[in-house]
Structure formats: C-alpha cells, structure tokens
Design a protein around this ligand. Structure first.
Ligand code: GLN
Length: 486
C-alpha cells in the first residue's frame, strides 16, 4: 500500500479491522522508513526490529481472534526515559548507558496490553534536561524540516520520529515543555495531560512534582485515542488521580461555538517574532469563524515562572539524581580509591555538563542557609501562578498562546548559553507549575518553511476541551497534514 507510513493511527486501525493490511506489514514499512531516515535524523537511541515484529505478530493474532483494541497494531516510539523491561533505558545519559530495567513502566504495560508495536526508544536530552535534544550523550536529533536545526527538547526524538513518519505516534514526557516545544518545532500535535492524569510509575524521574507523560501524533484523532489508553488510575503512582475519565474521541466532532479562549496580555507582549505573531493571529481568526469568543486576560505572576522553575526543578533533580552512585545499577568508575572516591568519579564520569549544572544549582538552593531564600520563595510563586490560572479559568474555557517565542533554532546556537536555552520555555513552564493540561498544535509556518505551533491550556482534567478545540481547528486547516520533504 503506498504511503502507509503517512497514515494516522485511526486510519491504520480501520485498515487492520477490515483486514486490508496486517500489523506485520505496517511494522515492516515503519522499519524500512527508519532504516532510510535514521542515518540523517537520529530520532532513536535504540531500534528494536525483533521486538517490533514479534509484537506485530501478536497484534495480528489479536485481530484474528477478535480481541483487538482501538490501537492494536499501531507502531509507537517510546521516549528513552520510560522503563522497557529487558531492553535498554538510558535517559540519554552515560550513567545509564548499560541500564536494562527489570520491569515495565505502567504506560509501557498499557501499550503492550493494547497490542501496540514498540519500534524503539526515542532520543532525548540527558535526564530530560534541555530544550533541544543536544544534551543527549548519544548526540543530537535533527529537525526533519531542516536538518541544521534542533527538533526541540527534551522529547526531540519522539517528535522528530512522528514528524518524519517513522512512527505513527510516540510517547514523551513534559516537565517544563518537553512535549509541547518539540511538537511545535517539528509540526506535530503534542499533549501534556494534567499532573496526575497519566501514571509516572517507571518514568525515570527528573522533577517529580512537574513530570508528566503524554502523546505525540500528527492528528488530534490519534491524540484522543492515546489519551483513552493512557489516562488510567494507577495505584503504583501515589500522585495518580482516580477521576472518572471521558471517552476523548466523543469530543472530536463537538462544535466549539460558544466556547471562550483567554488571551494573556503578558504572553503576547513578550512576542517579538513576526512569523509566530502572524500564525497565531491567523489561528485566532479560524477559531473566531468557528464561533469561539476571545477575551483578554492578565496572568501577572507568570513573569516569574522561569525563575521559580529553575529553582524547583533543579532542587527536585538534585535529590532524584542522588541515587546514581554506581552501587546498584548504572555506570561505575573503574579506578577509584575508596567508597567516596568511587561515588565522585562515577558521577563525574557519568553525568554530562547540563545535568551537573542542575545538580549544583539544586543542591545549593536546598542547602540549610539558602532554603528560605530560594526554594521556599519559588514554592510561593508557584502557588501564585496556580491562583492566577484559577482566576483566569473563571472567565474562559481555555487559554490561547504561543508555544515558543520563535521557530526551531540552529544546532549549536544556544548550547553554550544556558539562559537563552532556558528562555525558550517561557510559555510552557507555567503550565507545569500549575499542573494543568496543555496542547501544542500546528498553526502555521515561518517565511522559511519552519513549523509554528499554538498552545491551548485548560483547567485541571479538562483535556476533553483541548481535544474539542484542536479537532475543530484541524478540520478547518491543513498545517498538520504537511510533511517535511526529507
Ligand atoms: N527545558 C526544560 C528543562 O530543561 C524543560 C524540560 C522538560 O520538560 N523535561 O528543564
């Protein structure tokens, strides 16, 4: 079948159901595409053809015996920070280069039970710290729209794999924007669900109070299918919230007329890129034509989002990363003089420069005399941000804003300037601070052909509104249907 790799999960599921094609055929076509494109793009850390074909055969059996589920037989890439039993999970770090988890993450379990086909583990910034996928110890991933540019990060491999049609869908994790930013830079749709909506069990922790797993796809219909699969209560994650889940697919055809989107003045005042401004203005017109009302609103504390995040996230990271000591698993230095020296050398050899920077920032901020000045203050700002959003949602169904200040930048452009790199997340970080769901959807292209995303943020557990709004938008526009000429 021609252009099989370009089909959405919903389309492939239809073909599988009608027995027009088999899961093994779909998988082999995906593996072929990976063989052709990976030398250029490097979206994967590891590709597992043996595992993928075995899972596809299992999917075909499920289809034969009538036990198929909505996503059975669909190829997926998993970010390299989710435990995949008996396969490597490296987190883009030398310290975990040889780590083989003895168990599956809950999301991996759900994917296996669904009969999906795992193609491999997607490249990422080391321990998900970064916005460009350049901090991976395995080298950077390239943006499929322009291979001299970064794909965004930290889930850059997942976004690039979906944008280049190597994988139909992918999983990423988002602590400060790591799903939405690469989705925007690669021209795909990516959703960060509410904190507590998707289990984090088996996700290698970066900043536990902010981390959340979510899906990438080219079409909102596939995001809805993935949310149906992923949003389940899990007793293995104490922050997993046992709420009644909707069938997200039922919101795909609901008209958005009468809904209200809030426009935060602080966000738009910060915009200086004309391409982003133009795309957002045009997207707004599309919504207005669909009967969506726009209201201006103010979120004053958001200006402090980045500063507070870069205290809270490193603090949690320094504590989470204390476990990598070379004793039970991961890298261990070969030459050392006593136990303390073994810890020091192991960590010095195993962690890359950005991770070391975060560990030092976090350890400093948590130290006894500075705790009140930094961590406590940041925690208070976090509360103010949450309150600002809460007030805003009294007058609107969603908040409409950019994902990033500008389209994808060049490889190497910001890697030596951490502050510039951190500022890329100015519009995404506040969403994690408040634990809200946010989606990035293709909204246009820059004058030189780079994708530009828009972001919509909803109130806690209102992912269905995001599905409804983005679905209506994608019916009216074709940005999400364009493919990079790779
Ligand atoms: N770029 C941000 C950071 O480096 C966010 C990363 C993420 O969401 N994992 O912390």
């Amino acid at each position: 079948m021609p252009n099989l790799h370009e089909k959405s999960a919903a389309e492939l599921a239809g073909l599988l159901r009608d027995k027009k094609i088999s899961a093994v055929e779909i998988t082999k076509s995906a593996l072929e595409r990976i063989n052709t494109l990976e030398p250029t793009l490097h979206s994967f850390v590891n590709v597992y053809p043996d595992l993928a074909v075995t899972m596809a055969e299992q999917a075909d059996r499920m289809i034969q015996d009538g036990s198929a589920r909505p996503l059975t037989g669909i190829p997926i890439a998993i970010k390299d920070n989710m435990c995949l039993k008996s396969r490597k999970t490296t987190c883009g770090s030398k310290i975990l280069a040889n780590f083989t988890p003895p168990y599956d993450a809950t999301v991996v379990n759900l994917i296996k039970n669904e009969g999906m086909v795992i193609l491999g583990s997607a490249n990422m910034d080391e321990f998900a710290m970064g916005s460009s996928t350049e901090t991976s110890c395995w080298g950077p991933t390239k943006n499929p729209w322009d291979t001299e540019r970064i794909p965004g990060g930290s889930s850059g491999g997942s976004a690039a794999a979906v944008a280049s049609c190597q994988a139909t869908v992918a999983l990423g994790s988002d602590t400060g924007g790591s799903i939405r930013l690469p989705a925007s830079f690669c021209g795909v749709t990516g959703m960060k669900p509410t904190y507590g909506a998707v289990s984090r069990f088996g996700l290698v922790a970066y900043a536990s109070s902010l981390d959340q797993i979510g899906p990438f796809a080219r079409d909102i219909k596939d995001i809805a299918l993935m949310l149906n699969l992923l949003c389940k209560h899990d007793p293995m994650d104490s922050t997993s919230v046992p709420v009644q889940r909707s069938d997200f697919s039922t919101f795909l055809d609901k008209k958005p007329s009468g809904m209200t989107l809030g426009v935060p003045v602080e966000f738009f005042n910060k915009l200086s890129n004309q391409d982003v401004e133009r795309s957002l203005t045009e997207a707004r017109k599309v919504f207005e034509k669909l009967g969506v009302k726009f209201v201006e609103l103010s979120l004053p504390s958001l200006d402090y989002g980045i500063a507070a995040y870069y205290v809270i996230a490193p603090c949690e990271a320094s504590s989470n990363l204390a476990r990598y000591d070379g004793v039970k698993y991961g890298h261990r230095a070969e030459n050392f003089d006593g136990m303390i020296d073994m810890y020091c050398r192991t960590r010095a050899e195993g962690f890359g420069p950005e991770v070391k920077r975060r560990i030092m920032l976090g350890t400093y901020a948590l130290s006894w005399c500075y705790y009140d000045a930094y961590y406590l203050k940041a925690a208070k700002i976090r509360t103010l941000i949450t309150q600002d959003f809460k007030k805003a949602f009294e007058g609107c169904d969603g908040i409409f804003c950019p994902v990033a200040p500008a389209p994808a930048f060049k490889i190497g452009e910001k890697i030596d300037d951490p502050i510039q790199m951190y500022l890329t997340d100015v519009f995404t970080i506040p969403v994690n601070m408040a634990g809200l769901p946010g989606i990035s959807c293709p909204a246009g292209f820059s004058s030189d052909g780079l994708p530009i995303g828009m972001q919509i943020i909803a109130s806690h557990f209102q992912e269905s509104k995001l599905v409804q709004l983005v679905s209506a938008f994608q019916r009216e526009t074709d940005h999400h249907l364009k493919h990079p000429a790779i």
